[in-house]
Design a protein around this ligand. Structure first.
Ligand SMILES: CCCCCCCCCCCCC/C=C/C(=O)SCCNC(=O)CCNC(=O)[C@H](O)C(C)(C)COP(=O)(O)OP(=O)(O)OC[C@H]1O[C@@H](n2cnc3c(N)ncnc32)[C@H](O)[C@@H]1OP(=O)(O)O
Ligand SMILES: NC(=O)C1=CN([C@@H]2O[C@H](COP(=O)(O)OP(=O)(O)OC[C@H]3O[C@@H](n4cnc5c(N)ncnc54)[C@H](OP(=O)(O)O)[C@@H]3O)[C@@H](O)[C@H]2O)C=CC1
Length: 312
């Protein structure tokens, strides 16, 4: 550590080419990585801070914005490496686009706009109660996600890569249209076991939605002090969070549960496919997150799996 140095010299090299991009002398030691990013941004206006990854090692981890220069293991001349993360989009914008889209798309089919099922069926309504129930559940799910995005989540990164939003929107918007087309189709047939199947699925759906919400609140509470670091989440007094005893990402477990319930309720193949792809993606993320917890926290509870208790 270089706590006795009065000023630093900071050079920033390109991660890939090792070319020097800029050099600052007389940099105050108490400045943070974020301050360095702002200085770098002045030299390169196209690379705003959220687009920058600043590292000590070209292949190492990105430094956190709040890390202080004098606490870094560097000499009087700090050599930092820059990587362009590509265009970024704010989280709130991302989620609003991702979740408002399916909500809107679904209604187009529910209200049977003239161009979907022909003019004769335009603006007619299904005689099956499950179709209306499915619309309520689908809308409830995405309205809940919108509310959580605005009022519950506390994200660590300010932004997300633009490419991710394209992928996510393709998935959400595309599937919303596909499954809404079949569920609201005039020839749609209700589930084989009728009311029993629908009621059971509805109860499961509500349990999973409540569970998912409870986990989001528990995760958000881990950052009540305003710090953006990751901590070990533990079960709280809310029984829905007790799934933390068994898995690292119970919010994903509940999310998959909601979509399985919706599949059972509607008995519709595209919904099942949507659920399967979501499950695969969430399993990949849950495993990555689980291994990161194990690496980062030596006292991480050993009983936990990634997404499915005792299995996966
Ligand atoms: C009919 C239609 C069919 C379609 C079929 C398509 C199938 C597609 C399936 C897709 C399913 C998606 C469903 C998703 C639904 C959701 O709602 S998910 C909720 C939204 N969340 C996301 O989309 C996750 C996006 N998040 C990320 O991409 C990452 O969190 C992150 C922003 C990239 C940060 O990663 P994280 O692991 O948290 O951080 P690090 O460990 O620090 O970094 C890992 C590497 O990523 C680089 N990086 C970090 N931040 C950014 C950034 N803002 N932009 C770009 N890159 C970033 C970082 O430098 C690391 O890279 P390396 O240095 O190379 O290791
Ligand atoms: N239908 C589908 O296919 C999918 C649906 N989803 C839904 O979207 C929701 C959000 O997804 P996603 O963002 O991937 O979920 P995460 O669990 O990764 O994150 C949820 C929130 O909690 C924060 N967080 C997570 N872990 C910790 C921790 N250990 N300490 C402190 N804060 C933490 C995150 O911050 P940060 O990560 O910024 O640090 C973020 O704000 C899911 O729960 C699910 O309901 C998600 C994926 C696919």
């Amino acid at each position: 550590m270089s706590s006795r140095i009065s000023f630093f010299e900071v050079e920033i090299l390109d991660c890939k080419t090792m070319r020097q991009l800029c050099f600052f002398d007389k940099v105050e030691p108490h400045l943070t990585v974020n301050d360095v990013k702002l200085m770098f941004h002045k030299c390169y206006p196209q690379w705003y801070p959220a687009r920058q990854s600043i590292r000590l090692d070209p292949k190492g981890r990105s430094l956190k914005d709040e890390e202080i220069l004098q606490d870094l293991p560097v000499g009087t001349t700090a050599t930092l490496y820059f990587r362009d993360l590509g265009p970024q989009i704010g989280w709130t914008m991302v989620f609003l686009t991702e979740y408002a889209g399916p909500l809107f798309v679904y209604f187009l089919f529910y209200f049977r706009m003239p161009f979907f099922y022909g003019l004769a069926k335009a603006f007619t309504s299904s005689s099956h109660s499950v179709v209306h129930l499915a619309c309520c559940c689908h809308s409830f799910h995405y309205i809940k996600r919108l509310i959580e995005t605005i009022f519950v989540h506390r994200f660590s990164h300010g932004t997300m890569p633009l490419r991710s939003i394209v992928k996510n929107c393709f998935y959400y918007w595309g599937f919303a249209a596909w499954l809404a087309y079949y569920i609201n189709h005039p020839l749609y047939t209700p589930p084989s076991y009728g009311k029993k199947q629908i009621c059971l699925a509805m109860i499961m759906f509500l349990i999973c939605e409540t569970g998912n919400f409870s986990i989001h609140v528990a995760l958000s509470n881990l950052r009540q002090d305003g710090l953006r670091s990751r901590r070990i989440p533990f079960p709280t007094r809310n029984p829905f969070t007790w799934l933390f005893f068994f898995v690292s990402c119970p919010n994903y477990t509940y999310e998959v549960g909601s979509w399985i319930s919706f599949t059972v309720m509607t008995q519709c193949v595209p919904v099942g496919l949507f659920t399967l792809i979501g499950f695969i993606q969430m399993t990949i993320w849950a495993k990555e997150k689980h291994y990161r917890y194990l690496k980062e926290f030596k006292d991480y509870p050993r009983l936990r799996m990634s997404i499915i208790p005792f299995l996966l």
